[in-house]
Design a protein around this ligand. Structure first.
Ligand code: DGN
Length: 262
């Protein structure tokens, strides 16, 4: 049986890349709700409704485990999904915990969508981990980032400038770790890291990809659901609720693997 992956758009492909690296023998079914992207500025109830629909569809495809590869959707649906589904559900929360472990200035920034920043999940992590350690968390959202990644992330675009200006401002404010709290953001990690290095700043960029892949592997092992290790490259079956031309091009470029579009 395949592993299901859900995101509002192509962002979850950043999670898929980690999954495929760690578990290359698995099959993956990806559902991108491109008809309704972006989720970041929708209400919690709307996000919950759309996520339940998507997950029901993934369950019908016979998925043995489902990754909600979207911080915004996880923030508003994990409890309901776990009550509703019989397969394990893995969700994402911004990587505040590892950020608290590596910050030396005690100031970190979480860059995420409005939906993620307003959700209870993130606040819980801040209250339980950051606050007791005396780490200050600066929350920030930039609504243009997700559409920018969805459109193929042209580097000469004004959103790229915005991102750099914001990073410079964070550095000025003493922030030394930036948490990329949306699954679309790891795709610009290399670009931003190159700018940080060229500017000789000491700032780290963190996302949740590796930790999620390890969590999925250990759950599959625990439930005895891992694929047998016959020689096979990870295959990704990519479904989108609206298949505009750029979705296919962007998804192909970002997935880094063999894909089947349905
Ligand atoms: N990729 C989603 C996330 O991780 O929050 C959000 C994308 C969106 O729809 N705004």
């Amino acid at each position: 049986a395949p592993i299901g992956i859900f995101d509002s758009g192509v962002g979850g492909l950043s999670v898929f890349r980690h999954l495929a690296r760690l578990m290359p023998n698995e099959r993956y079914v990806y559902y991108a709700d491109t008809q309704n992207v972006p989720y970041g500025n929708k209400s919690g109830d709307e996000i919950l409704f759309l996520t339940l629909q998507a997950v029901d569809w993934l369950c019908k495809q016979g998925c043995k485990l489902i990754v909600i590869a979207c911080n915004s959707a996880s923030a508003h649906s994990l409890t309901a999904l776990r009550a509703r589904c019989s397969v394990p559900i893995v969700g994402l929360v911004p990587a505040v915990k590892p950020a608290c472990e590596i910050t030396t200035s005690g100031q970190i920034a979480v860059l995420a969508t409005q939906a993620t920043l307003q959700g209870r999940l993130l606040q819980q992590v801040i209250d339980e981990i950051a606050t007791p350690k005396g780490v200050t968390v600066h929350k920030h959202f930039e609504p243009m980032l997700v559409p920018w990644v969805e459109s193929g992330m042209p580097i000469d675009h004004h959103v790229a400038d915005l991102l750099i200006k914001q990073t410079a401002a964070w550095h000025e404010a003493g922030i030394d770790v930036i948490v990329l709290g949306c699954t679309h953001y790891p795709f610009f990690k290399e670009f931003l890291q190159a700018w940080i290095d060229d500017s000789h700043l000491s700032m780290a960029l963190l996302d949740s990809g590796t930790a999620i892949a390890e969590r999925v592997r250990s759950l599959l092992e625990y439930f005895g659901l891992s694929a047998d290790s016959s020689e096979r490259d990870a295959v990704l079956y990519f479904y989108a609720s609206s298949l505009a031309d750029h979705v296919v091009t962007t998804a192909k470029r970002l997935s880094g693997t063999r894909m089947v579009f349905v």
